[in-house]
Ligand binder design. Sequence first.
Ligand code: GLC
Ligand code: CA
Length: 514
Amino acid sequence: MAAKWLKNAVFYEIYPQSFLDTNGDGIGDFEGIIEKLDYIKGLGCNALWINPCFDSPFKDAGYDVRDYKKVAPRYGTNEDLYRLFEEAHKLGIHVLLDLVPGHTSEEHEWFRMSQKAEPNEYSDRYIWTSFCFEGCPGLPYIGGESERSATYILNFFKCQPALNYGFLKPDKPWMTGIHDPAAVATREAIKDVMRFWLDRGCDGFRVDMASSLVKFDDEKKSGTSAIWLNVREMLEKDYPEAAMVSEWGDPKLALRAGYDADFFLNVPGNGYSSLLRDYGMDPIGPDNSYFKKDSDHDISRFLGEYLDWYEDTKDIGYISMITCNHDTVRATLHLSPDELKIAYAFLFTMPGVPFLYYGDEIGMRYQFLPTKEGGYYRTGSRTPMQWSSGKNLGFSNASPEQLYLPVDPAEDAPTVEDQETDPDSLLNTIRRILMLRHKEEDLQADGSFEVLHAVKGEPFVYRRGKITIAVNPGLVEAEVPVSTEGKSLLFSIGTCRFEKNTFLIGPQSFAAIR
Ligand code: GLC
Ligand code: CA
């Protein structure tokens, strides 16, 4: 079961290219992360997830890895990353790297070797058909790019050939089974990459497209799960405190496949998206998010999905709630800072292991920008962190045209500097919420969760251990239908009052009583 430190972990996700540039080349670097570790700690975050920082042609922002064991020179050297681990550990901060096991860059040496006509050790490291005109039905494939007379399967973009973990039911001559030596060699190669980083101070991995290892007919993901369980065996034996967090979006499967935590991802129409981004496929369309002050406030859309997952998995691992991530439109597109305060108070008082995306603590805004490094619409959530009113909002000394992405051009672009001095800022509100979470074990990953009142349009009330929480995202004061006898106020945002035996929660407010 889960690495013990996860019980009280609050993660901060860093997109390294946009965090802090310390050498004036316009791109964030490891030194920048090291400089800001105190800031991160001061937020109340005690763990990091750093997006891929490995050598890469950056056609998908680093999710196209060219060398798993070498960091991208634009961020620094391997030694800089080892130092980052060390400095983070001194502050009690754990560090997860991003493991991309499903595919590599087409420029990875393994792939170069597998493209050769002459059979070699790497010929079956990727999924190749038997003939230059033969594709794989149902999966995207590429032909005509290699001396080898075959086509290869893609895992995501064109630059990302799929690694071969075998098929559960191989039924073509070119398909290997999951126990075939070639498939096992891929698995072992990824374990070797993991060992490399774990041996140098990394505390675990956020795993990219974790469910994507075995292609189609992988019933209930049994093939993919068997591979992860094998990886888990290695971790249990040699790295019992290493943590694994999956991008899977199905905790029932992921946690049974050996993951400690699985992300609740933003998928249009799902329970999570109903909270902060309820606009279907069109980000600028009408929004009915639960936390929007004038929505219909129907928490059941979230609970319908969450409760089933939570009940099924609470004894085996964690569900991770995110404020956003590098693939998701920042919630500021539709929600104001006051709406976000309530939303984050909710996210950070839920069970499991929460993740704060860099910049969300100050309400950085989504930017409409042309694509960069395969980002497309995601690019707008990847702009430089806004530290101060200084040059490039404190991100970099480079000239503005040299920046990885432009900084928010708005006159009133939020910055850390501005929000530091305002006790009611989003930044300071998040600090208060996270302080509360660290102080109260009931609010942490393992504390129990029970819904007390969830009626559309009325305050949502839930219990975490001995703490009762009421949320009112709406515009009018409302009565909280729970007894307050013998209880007192522990924490609040906005307003709340107690009149005789009635507990009234003000508009756009959040209150915890015990
Ligand atoms: C994951 C990553 C995303 C990337 C894709 C392919 O979804 O989060 O950024 O483009 O996988 O690796
Ligand atoms: Ca730099």
